[in-house]
Ligand binder design. Structure first.
Ligand code: KG4
Ligand code: ZN
Length: 334
């Protein structure tokens, strides 16, 4: 069967066709992403109204291209999966209404998907997908949440950030040292050249908070280091700042995963979301899983950022569980 996945929750308009075999093996047949970062970069962050307009301009062509590259006609689709929560409301509504129109006009089943679960479903597109139960850490620009997953449709939240998401903190710290939005990838490269012990920053794994995290203390400490140096007429080394910030962020995420492995006895970890592309985070989770005797499932960087294939994969699981939406489907910001 073929699933069309449509994603427009933030600043990427994306569509993909995923093929599911009878045995449930998922294969990406096409994966088209139209990024709006150039538009938002001018403003230093995502401007919701511009995002909605750009999605409306791009969505038909992105979908047409995904179907053409997959060589799959609309009539061959078993369902259309669309991200309807959480995200920017004006951005989500574009994808939801487009998918609804397409599904209703062609009589194709419509399946709503959760964006955070879809990030984790990207791991099911790996040649050797994770088998439940597994721990799944979704680390993105909008979310930092640790789940226990007992089946692809059975998620239990173990912990989450109480304030900023990890990616948001990467972007804000990068901005103060002059990196363009989104700063995550540039921070990753800079961190490789700096001294992770140059600054002592607080861990986001604050003791006594269960599996929850807090990135605002770390972000504020990094911003203060830059600003107090400037008050003295000095500049911090951007590489040292990036390296020290990254070490604290990665250390806190790995610590929560280590505790969850210990407490649950689960032996597989999925790392997903835009920040899962971070080379230092990937290396830390590889070390952690090796030391803990756990298996690590890491989507390739192309499936970490927002994409349509992850929506299609999550849509496959929801469709298989009998989930369907009708013409009343709406979008939900959170
Ligand atoms: O998952 P995503 O594409 O969108 C959301 O659902 O939020 O994540 C985007 C976030 C941005 O904050 C971006 O800076 C961050 O992921 N990011 C990274 C890296 N690549 C993207 N953060 C750290 N290191 C990276 N290599
Ligand atoms: Zn995302």
């Amino acid at each position: 069967m073929f699933i069309l996945g449509i994603e427009s929750s933030c600043d990427e308009t994306a569509a993909s066709v995923v093929e599911a075999s009878r045995e449930g093996v998922l294969t990406v047949r096409s994966d088209v992403v139209a990024s709006q970062v150039e538009t938002h970069r001018l403003w230093g962050g995502v401007v919701p109204e511009l995002a909605g307009r750009a999605h409306a301009e791009a969505i038909s062509n992105v979908t047409r291209q995904a179907l053409a590259e997959a060589d799959v006609p609309l009539s061959a689709l078993s369902c259309i999966a669309v991200t309807n929560r959480p995200g920017l409301i004006g951005a989500l509504l574009v994808g939801v209404n487009f998918a609804k129109g397409l599904a209703l006009s062609r009589g194709i089943p419509l399946v709503p998907v959760d964006h955070v679960h879809a990030h984790i479903a990207a791991a099911s597109l790996l040649p050797d997908p994770p088998k439940p139960p597994y721990l799944a850490f979704a680390v993105s620009g909008g979310h930092t949440t640790l789940f226990r997953v007992d089946s692809p449709t059975d998620y239990t939240e173990l912990g989450a950030t109480r304030d900023d998401a990890a990616g948001e903190a990467f972007d804000k710290v990068g901005r103060v040292i002059g990196l363009p939005y989104p700063a995550g990838a540039a921070m990753d490269r800079l961190a490789s050249e700096g001294d992770p012990a140059a600054f002592r920053f607080p861990s986001p794994a604050v003791p006594g908070r269960g599996f929850d995290l807090s990135f605002s203390g770390l972000k504020t400490a990094a911003l203060n280091a830059v600003n107090s140096a400037r008050q003295r007429g000095e500049e911090v080394s951007p590489a040292d700042l990036a390296a020290s910030f990254t070490a604290a962020a990665v250390g806190g995420l790995a610590e929560r995963a280590r505790e969850a492995l210990r407490e649950t006895g689960v032996r597989t970890v999925v790392l997903a979301g835009g920040v899962a592309a971070n080379t230092h985070l990937r290396a830390a989770f590889e070390t952690l899983c090796r030391e803990s005797g756990a298996r690590l499932c890491l989507p390739p960087p192309s499936l970490c950022g927002d994409n349509g294939a992850m929506a299609a994969a999550e849509g496959y699981f929801q469709f298989s569980a009998g989930v369907r939406a009708d013409e009343t489907l709406n979008a939900c910001a959170n």
